[in-house]
Design a protein around this ligand. Structure first.
Ligand SMILES: [Zn+2]
Length: 336
């Protein structure tokens, strides 16, 4: 795969920096987000897919090396679906993993594939596992990480400065029941570094999002939103997105997964939005509805994909630069 040359030009090597860095690793529609705190401690959120050639594990390892990491301090698995846990075993052979965090047992153990993946997880994490509850704080030195959702339960009190009523809740239209119920068990986290706030909700779906923003918004505003569930329209309700008012959004979509026109419509009507960045061009969506090409890391089909990612580097004053690994295109924003 391509080296993170563009990113290095942005002066973003973690070992040499006092910045917070977040890498969205291209997993062709899977999820893997590497967070490197200014202290040098690291948390990987999800390990994407399993493939015969360990493609995603190798891409995660390459990003960890570029970030100067010798180990992953915390592996947080949002939920036990194959596009979030698939690369775990292969990755654990490439780099040591300090601790494992998750929402507790999968609720889909009747499905043989899920049961096998969960058993492997239990074995690998034995003695190093912590089950997270809403309201917990994750110990990642240098940043504040709050667990705001886990195992279907949301925090009950607003985060500091949040708690305003959400008028949009009056128009909420419930979706039918979720067919893959482990999505709604996803661990959701809010990371704060100075004025910068980042949210990653895994694959939490539409109905469960309401627990955090209706009738009042328990989260407050965020700077950067990892667009939930790869940009699928089973998540990102207007009530949720418009309440948290992200300035910048990153979609970890695939060539044919997520990024449909109805999702872009909700995202673009969000107050205060400046830019959407995509890991992949959504090939089934008209080009003019996708974000401008400079802010898309991969433009083709999976088979000819080089696996370029997107990263952000946040300085202690809250200024942050998002960079597209494919072309080095980058843009700087100020936290509110
Ligand atoms: Zn997923």
């Amino acid at each position: 795969m391509a080296a993170w040359i563009g990113l290095m030009c942005a002066g973003s090597l973690a070992a040499a920096s006092k910045n917070l860095e977040i890498y969205w690793i291209d997993a062709e529609g899977g999820a893997s987000t590497l967070i490197v705190s200014p202290s040098g401690e690291s948390m990987l959120v999800d390990t994407a897919n399993r493939t015969p050639d360990d493609r995603d594990a190798k891409r995660i390892f390459a990003a960890a090396q570029q970030a100067g990491l010798k180990k992953i301090d915390i592996l947080l698995t949002t939920h036990f679906h194959s596009d979030h846990i698939g690369g775990m075993e292969a990755l654990s052979k490439l780099i040591p993993i300090g601790m494992y965090m998750d929402h507790g047992p999968s609720v889909e153990l009747a499905r043989p594939q899920v049961a096998a993946a969960y058993k492997a997880y239990e074995e690998l994490s034995a003695g190093k596992r912590r089950i997270l509850k809403a309201g917990d704080r994750i110990p990642l030195k240098g940043v504040d990480v709050d667990v705001i959702m886990s195992a279907g339960e949301a925090i009950t009190k607003p985060l500091k400065g949040a708690g305003a009523p959400n008028a949009a809740c009056a128009d909420f239209k419930e979706h039918g029941p979720e067919q893959d119920p482990d999505n709604d068990q996803s661990v959701g986290l809010l990371l704060q570094f100075g004025k910068f706030r980042f949210i990653d909700m895994g694959d939490l779906t539409w109905n469960y999002e309401q627990k955090l923003v209706c009738p009042s918004n328990l989260i407050g505003q965020v700077e950067l939103y990892q667009i939930t569930h790869h940009g699928l329209n089973r998540s990102s309700s207007p009530q949720f997105v418009w309440a948290i008012q992200p300035k910048v959004m990153v979609m970890n979509d695939g060539p044919r997964k997520g990024g449909t026109a109805d999702v872009f419509d909700v995202l673009r009507h969000s107050p205060g939005l400046e830019d959407i960045w995509q890991v992949h061009l959504a090939l089934g969506t008209p080009k003019e509805i996708n974000t401008p090409e400079d802010m898309i890391a991969n433009l083709g089909q999976s088979r000819d994909c080089k696996g370029d990612g997107i990263m952000v580097s946040v300085d202690p004053a809250g200024r942050y630069t998002v960079t597209n690994q494919r072309n080095g295109f980058h843009k700087t924003y100020e936290s509110r």
